[in-house]
Design a protein around this ligand. Structure first.
Ligand SMILES: Nc1nc2c(c(=O)[nH]1)N[C@H]1C(S)=C(S)[C@@H](COP(=O)(O)OP(=O)(O)OC[C@H]3O[C@@H](n4cnc5c(=O)[nH]c(N)nc54)[C@H](O)[C@@H]3O)O[C@H]1N2
Ligand SMILES: Nc1nc2c(c(=O)[nH]1)N[C@H]1C(S)=C(S)[C@@H](COP(=O)(O)OP(=O)(O)OC[C@H]3O[C@@H](n4cnc5c(=O)[nH]c(N)nc54)[C@H](O)[C@@H]3O)O[C@H]1N2
Ligand SMILES: [Mo]
Length: 744
């Protein structure tokens, strides 16, 4: 159980691990790079999408330092490495061991006869891709994107894919904040968060749902710390007690560090059961309506659908809300009172909200709760979905979207002189299904680790192996390089930290953060290998080789000077007029947010209240399939990983050392089974199409509600049924996996 005496998040522990990350032989260049992280003349940290604070001297955090030092590593994956190890052998290594090998250095092609990767020239690699793509119909090819890709690459990539003839552009958003985009667009007419960093200085209350910023957005703790110190109420809803949300010692505050002090973060920490948030949002609304603390003027002026919402909320009893949320009626009313007392409230949320079957409904109910108190469009208030990858939001803005709007396609076609395909393409889940059913034959990934990040690992990897060609454009070795189609390529690219020279001139790229700020980023150190290419160049050469005569633009010419790509973006993407000029202003520019301006771009021109019933508990429906006691498992990140990249085997804030196969469980659940802490078990997930399992995990008693379990991904991804995903968004429900436990 977490002890009240637990040290705060941040502090000397953070400083120590930051310094430990630096490889001794690589110290000078690493420190030089770290100092320039998130600075006007430096690069955007490839860690998370949290915005930069104007004028802060040090802009990186402990986990940003991990992302940077792991990109800067002196270790190299060379042709000799691939000559020494067969692909079958490498597949027996764990993700941590793969990550330790360092940077990929030259293009490699899989050779099935020797079960090894062999060197291939760039020209031959692009010719091979072109040959495969031109042998199939465009809808049989899949083009995945992970969210580290900069705007310029993303724009060129979607242009290439659409000129080739498909909208098959699945991306990591599909597994992440897709439900936020869908829910918010329907409710308030924009898919992005409505707040800016300045709102953290004006909020009277910040409600944090299903998010662990201490690990995943450590710089957000700085904002929360300042807010807490000036008396802002911070109210947390999370089944697990996450240390970063309890107290924080700021490594950038000498006074706090030297005095050994810390700032308490959460004013109140509620521990609902996993999946209890839809009921919590309804309870907040119910309390507001019962106490007459709704903003009647705002509702009348800016919204429609209030009568239906009020009727639904009135008909839902407090006991029902308590049962669904896992909080008591008293706790729900206490949360409601905290909400009603604040005149400017912000809701932030992460994967604990989005990775559920009813995530779209939950986010719309959170939005309803904001709207009943007029908490959108005023300082200190609003919706704040906290994005993951550093440019995942920008990639979407640039058109990486399997369901592009007709307006976007029209603009793209007009500016580039071709007719883009109109039919929607495949999301991540649909892409896996298409591969499994032989409706897809070529899989190309611009970054990421599709084979490990996706659900239903066994089925997904079987589907990937059925491909005629798999291509991975990557910086570091990972599982996806080892799950090969008949033909497979590894194309190594420059990372964020590296100097990108085109025609001898250093280039800059741009990114958009979680709060819609667009700014430049430029590399600061020489590339890890001379044989790597920049991402925009890889995409351009792939496009030129494949499209030849039918290419709508001269892709190669565009990459000689990235300003030219930005000029094209300015002609296509709304909000990017004078892109090259505006992005050179210090700090870049703000894209704006219509809902923040009380401009509701919905069909009715008003913000919409959307009614959703509480869904029947999944475990009750699945209980008929097994005699075993069922639990709900959430899969989360440890403090030492970046999604599928495992930096180290510790999770400092949860007291885990040197291991990852751990399941967090309430002590009463252990006692009921007659089990001890440390008991080793297998996990079996139950679904309508059958069972899935992973083996040999250790049980760790923890402060988590009975019936709720937690474990790390990607180790637990084999348990996530492909068909178990968000309604209306298809985001895998990786926070709500129905499982039973088997003693070993
Ligand atoms: N260092 C580091 N930084 C990262 C990442 C990383 O892996 N490492 N990943 C990046 C990416 S892509 C993303 S999307 C973000 C992810 O950032 P987070 O959203 O913080 O990610 P998770 O680790 O999945 O944590 C989910 C949190 O939700 C809680 N939770 C789970 N289920 C529920 C529920 O039903 N209700 C409620 N209220 N809470 C619940 C969990 O206890 C946990 O605290 O971080 C980004 N930043
Ligand atoms: N069970 C479970 N599954 C999940 C989640 C969960 O919470 N639970 N979270 C989901 C979420 S939110 C997300 S966003 C996805 C993430 O899914 P992905 O984005 O596909 O996975 P990552 O692990 O972030 O990708 C890491 C790889 O990206 C490559 N890379 C790093 N930097 C660069 C770069 O600059 N350029 C290029 N081209 N490649 C680079 C490296 O080779 C590295 O190995 O995972 C999802 N999967
Ligand atoms: Mo994410």
């Amino acid at each position: 159980m977490s002890k009240p005496t637990s040290p705060p998040a941040g502090g000397w522990g953070a400083l120590k691990t930051t310094l430990q990350r630096i490889e001794p032989g690589n110290a000078r260049i690493t420190l030089k790079a770290l100092i320039r992280a998130n600075q006007p003349e430096g690069f955007d940290c490839p860690g998370c999408a949290w915005p930069d604070k104007p004028s802060a001297a040090i802009q990186f955090c402990e986990n940003g330092a991990k992302a940077i030092t792991h990109e800067i590593t002196a270790n190299r994956v060379t042709r000799e490495f691939f000559a020494t190890h067969t692909v079958s052998e490498l597949n027996t290594w764990d993700d941590y061991a793969l990550e330790q090998q360092g940077r990929l250095t030259e293009p490699m092609r899989f050779d099935a006869a020797s079960d090894r990767y062999l060197p291939i020239s760039w020209d031959d690699a692009f010719a091979l891709i072109a040959r495969h793509l031109n042998a199939i119909t465009p809808d049989e090819a899949l083009f995945y994107t992970s969210g580290r890709t900069g705007n310029e690459t993303a724009f060129l990539y979607q242009l290439f894919v659409r000129a080739y003839g498909t909208n098959n552009l699945p991306d990591c958003s599909n597994m992440c904040h897709e439900p936020s985009g869908r829910a918010l667009t329907a409710s308030i007419g924009t898919g992005k968060g409505t707040v800016t960093l300045a709102d953290f200085e004006a909020a009277e209350a910040i409600f944090i749902f299903g998010q662990n910023p201490g690990t995943n957005h450590p710089r957000m703790l700085g904002e929360l710390r300042e807010a807490a110190r000036r008396g802002c109420r911070i109210v947390v809803f999370n089944p697990l007690r996450e240390r970063g949300l309890i107290s924080f010692q700021d490594p950038k505050s000498p006074a706090e560090m030297l005095a050994g002090g810390a700032t308490a973060i959460a004013t109140r920490y509620f521990q609902p059961r996993i999946g209890g948030d839809l009921a919590i949002a309804k309870a907040l609304i119910k309390h507001v309506l019962e106490t007459g603390s709704d903003d009647a003027e705002f509702i009348a002026r800016h919204t429609d659908g209030f009568a239906e919402l009020a009727a639904d909320i009135t008909a839902t009893g407090w006991d029902e809300l308590a049962e669904h949320s896992g909080l008591s009626v008293a706790e729900l009313q206490e949360a409601g009172a905290l909400y009603a007392a604040s005149h400017a409230t912000m809701f932030t949320w992460g994967m604990g909200i989005t990775q559920h079957a009813d995530s779209v409904a939950t986010i719309q109910m959170l939005c309803n709760a904001l709207l009943v108190r007029g908490n959108i469009g005023k300082p200190g208030a609003g919706a704040c979905p906290v994005r993951g990858h550093s440019n995942v939001q920008g990639d979407r803005t640039m058109g990486i979207n399997e369901r592009p709007s007709a307006a976007f396609l029209a603009k793209l076609g007009e500016a580039c002189g071709f007719t883009p395909p109109q039919a929607h393409g495949h999301s991540v889940v649909e892409a896996i299904t298409a591969m499994a059913r032989d409706r897809a034959k070529v899989f190309i990934a611009l970054g990421g680790n599709f084979a490990a990040a996706t659900p239903d690992t066994v089925a997904t990897q079987t589907a990937l192996r059925r491909q005629a060609l798999t291509v991975q454009i990557s910086t570091k070795l990972n599982r996806s390089h080892l799950i090969v189609g008949q033909d497979a390529l590894i194309l190594p690219c420059l990372g964020r930290t590296e100097i990108d020279l085109q025609d001898g001139v250093p280039q800059q790229i741009t990114v958009e953060d979680s709060m819609s700020m667009v700014h430049l980023t430029r590399g600061v150190k020489p590339p890890a290998s001379e044989q790597m290419l920049a991402e925009p160049v890889i995409v351009a050469r792939m496009a030129a080789a494949t499209l030849v005569e039918r290419s709508p633009v001269d892709f190669i010419a565009l990459t000689r000077d990235y300003d030219r790509i930005r000029d094209l973006i300015a002609a296509v993407v709304p909000g990017f007029t004078d892109f090259n000029q505006r992005v050179r202003e210090p700090g870049g520019f703000y894209l704006g947010n219509s809902a923040r301006e009380l401009d509701w771009r919905t069909q009715s021109g008003k913000a919409r209240f959307v009614v959703h019933p509480l869904s029947a508990p999944l475990l009750t429906r699945l209980a008929a399939l097994t005699d075993e006691p069922l639990y709900t498992l959430m899969t989360v990140r440890s403090h030492d990983q970046y999604n599928t990249t495992v930096y180290d085997l510790n999770d400092r804030y949860r007291d885990i050392k040197g291991e990852r196969r751990v399941v967090f469980i309430h002590p009463d659940d252990l006692a009921t089974r007659g089990w001890q802490a440390g008991q080793r078990i297998d996990l079996v997930s139950v679904w309508f199409d059958g069972e899935r399992s992973v083996s040999d995990f250790r049980l760790q008693p923890y402060d988590i509600p009975p019936g709720s379990l937690a474990a790390y991904f990607p180790e637990t991804n084999p348990l996530v049924p492909l068909a178990h995903h968000a309604i209306d968004a298809q985001t895998p429900a990786s926070k709500a996996i129905p499982v039973y436990l088997v003693a070993r």
